[in-house]
Design a binder for this molecule. Structure first.
Ligand SMILES: Nc1ncnc2c1ncn2[C@@H]1O[C@H](COP(=O)(O)OP(=O)(O)OP(=O)(O)O)[C@@H](O)[C@H]1O
Ligand SMILES: O=P(O)(O)OC[C@H]1O[C@H](OP(=O)(O)OP(=O)(O)O)[C@H](O)[C@@H]1O
Ligand SMILES: [Mg+2]
Length: 294
């Protein structure tokens, strides 16, 4: 019999979510790497056991309270109809969920009335259609849904779309508004009671994961700045509270250090250069805790 750990976490064992979920947990300091056939890994230092489950089953285990938290997709959570809720957006496996059909075929949701719609997310699709007052014949498939129309079992499909390449190569075009937008999320049960210890452990996990996500989002910027333009420089790099300004041996100059968003860093460097800043350096973060100030 395995000893009971404070937290038991469901992690996808395959598919688009798996590798990135494990990488995120490892970067957050957990021992979440698994061997080839291992379906459970225990991290005794953190009092956590990871259970590697099929992505589609994760919300079921968490909703029932048999595992404390889990990593899954928002679309999978909705499709499960399990009593679970998102705790944290994890920023990967971003996708849209869309209807699609061949050009010249079904091109609006109202045209689906009485037609055959193939999907591997039947609950999500049925709920969306019910909200729009449309009744269809749902064809439940497990994957490779894009082939269903050509193979004659459906008139339209509803599936995950990321780049749109799978639709294009199958000769399909999306139609209507996306049913939803999805990404990987950390979930917890809305029904079960958590002990104080478990609540604290979930908070610590969330904090660590957010720290890793933020460290991918931000970078440190260091530069030398003529004292005369320091206010302009601070406006370009306001940081979390405010930039750190250090004196330099040459009184006409200061050294500035601030946190910047990585996706804005190149523009900021251009503008710093433009106002006369020198020796501008950008450094990646290995970890951080910046969210309390967000
Ligand atoms: N190509 C993709 N790009 C981004 N996210 C995706 C992609 N395919 C699936 N996802 C997302 O990954 C999650 C799992 O999807 P799904 O159940 O279809 O499993 P999968 O990752 O495709 O693996 P498999 O189909 O091999 O079981 C869902 O949240 C879905 O939105
Ligand atoms: O828009 P794209 O970038 O092409 O990505 C979307 C495709 O990726 C997933 O398929 P997956 O490879 O997981 O196969 P599956 O259909 O068997 O799930 C999804 O089901 C779509 O088919
Ligand atoms: Mg898939």
């Amino acid at each position: 019999m395995l000893s009971r750990m404070t937290l038991r976490i469901a992690v996808p064992n395959k598919g688009s979510l798996s590798a990135k979920a494990i990488e995120l947990l490892v970067d957050a300091g957990y021992r979440a790497n698994r061997g080839d056939r291992e379906l459970r890994v225990t991290d005794t230092d953190n009092d956590i056991r990871f259970f590697f489950q099929r992505p589609k089953d994760i919300a079921t285990y968490v909703g029932s309270g048999d595992l404390e938290v889990g990593i899954t997709g928002l679309d999978l959570l909705v499709n499960s109809a399990a009593p679970a809720e998102p705790v944290l957006d994890l920023g990967f496996a971003k996708s849209e969920f869309r209807f699609a059909a061949p050009p010249g075929g079904v091109s609006g949701i109202e045209e689906l009335q009485g037609r055959r719609v193939a999907t591997s997310f039947p609950v999500l699709v049925e709920k969306h259609l019910a909200d729009h007052g449309v009744k269809v014949e749902l064809i439940r498939l497990d994957g490779a849904v894009e082939n269903a129309i050509e193979l004659g079992v459906a008139d339209a499909i509803a599936d995950v779309v990321e780049t749109g390449e799978s639709l294009r190569t199958a000769g399909l075009v999306p139609f209507g508004e996306p049913l939803m937008r999805s990404q990987a999320i950390l979930i917890r049960s809305t029904r079960r009671a958590y002990t104080d210890e478990q609540t604290a452990a979930i908070k610590a996990l969330t904090n660590r994961l957010r720290g890793v996500l933020d460290s991918r989002l931000y970078a440190i910027m260091d530069y030398n700045c003529p004292r005369a333009v320091v206010q302009q420089a601070c406006a370009l790099t306001p940081g979390v509270e405010s930039p750190t300004i250090s004196a330099m041996a040459d009184w006409d100059w200061v050294a500035v250090r601030s946190l910047v968003r990585r996706d804005e860093a190149q523009r900021i460097m251009d503008e710093l250069e433009g106002i006369g800043a020198k020796a501008i350096l950008m450094t990646a973060l290995e970890g951080c805790r910046v969210t309390p100030h967000r």
